[in-house]
Design a protein around this ligand. Structure first.
Ligand code: MGP
Length: 204
């Protein structure tokens, strides 16, 4: 992408553009993102931290976007499947995996999570669904219903088909909802310096 300090997607997204090297340290080596990817990508260090926790496993990155998590999983895990609905984003993910030299570890699947995930055999499914954009933080308590697709539906399928389920959630997520799911879980806080950025939930 053009190497400019001005965000190509407009002023609203400038704060995310300013952090682009935290998203992809190789950003200037040919990384491609669109506007939605820019504000949703897992910062690279967090993606690596979670990939290390899943070291050696077969991982499905079920809502893969432009590949940030899949690229990190590819560096530590046995094999990675990545599903993405949007055709442009999956092409960007394939390109981004080439930039990181990990294309051979990732099988890219263009399609819908609800159709494609049940066909895949993996040790763990990683879920990082869209939150409705940067205005998510205006919600007092983010709920499973606020994910798109609905978080209840995403999790129902995940619990049915995969031995382990991991989900990235916003920092304003309602903690009561997780307890109501009746699955034990461990919650990891994803910090950048002193700042809590997101949380990641490991269901048991
Ligand atoms: P943020 O709160 O929008 O930004 O997103 P930030 O930099 O914490 O804002 P600040 O003004 O408080 O400093 C925090 C992180 O959440 C981002 O880095 C993304 O990784 C993730 N994220 C944000 N949004 C809006 C989404 C989303 O819609 N979907 C997903 N999956 N992740 C998101």
């Amino acid at each position: 992408m053009k190497n400019s300090n001005t965000c190509p997607f407009g002023e609203k997204f400038q704060k995310y553009w300013d952090k682009r090297y935290q998203l992809f340290s190789k950003f200037d080596e040919g990384i491609q993102v669109d506007e939605q990817a820019l504000f949703s990508i897992t910062p690279e260090q967090h993606a690596i931290d979670h990939a290390k926790r899943l070291k050696g496993k077969i991982v499905l990155d079920a809502l893969g976007c432009v590949g940030g998590n899949a690229i990190a999983f590819a560096q530590y895990c046995k094999k990675v499947y990545m599903i993405e609905l949007d055709e442009n984003r999956i092409k960007m993910a394939e390109n981004n995996a080439r930039v990181y030299g990990v294309s051979n570890k990732i099988e890219f699947i263009h399609g819908d999570y609800f159709d494609e995930a049940p066909k895949i055999e993996a040790d763990v499914v990683y879920l990082d669904p869209p939150w409705g954009g940067p205005d998510y933080i205006g919600l007092k308590k983010f709920k499973l219903d606020n994910f798109s697709p609905n978080g209840h539906d995403i999790l129902e399928l995940a619990f049915k088909h995969f031995p382990q389920v991991v989900m990235r959630i916003p920092r304003n997520f309602d903690p009561k909802e997780l307890k109501q799911l009746k699955h034990e879980f461990e919650e990891i806080d994803d910090y950048s310096g002193e700042k809590l950025v997101t949380k990641t939930v490991y269901f048991k």
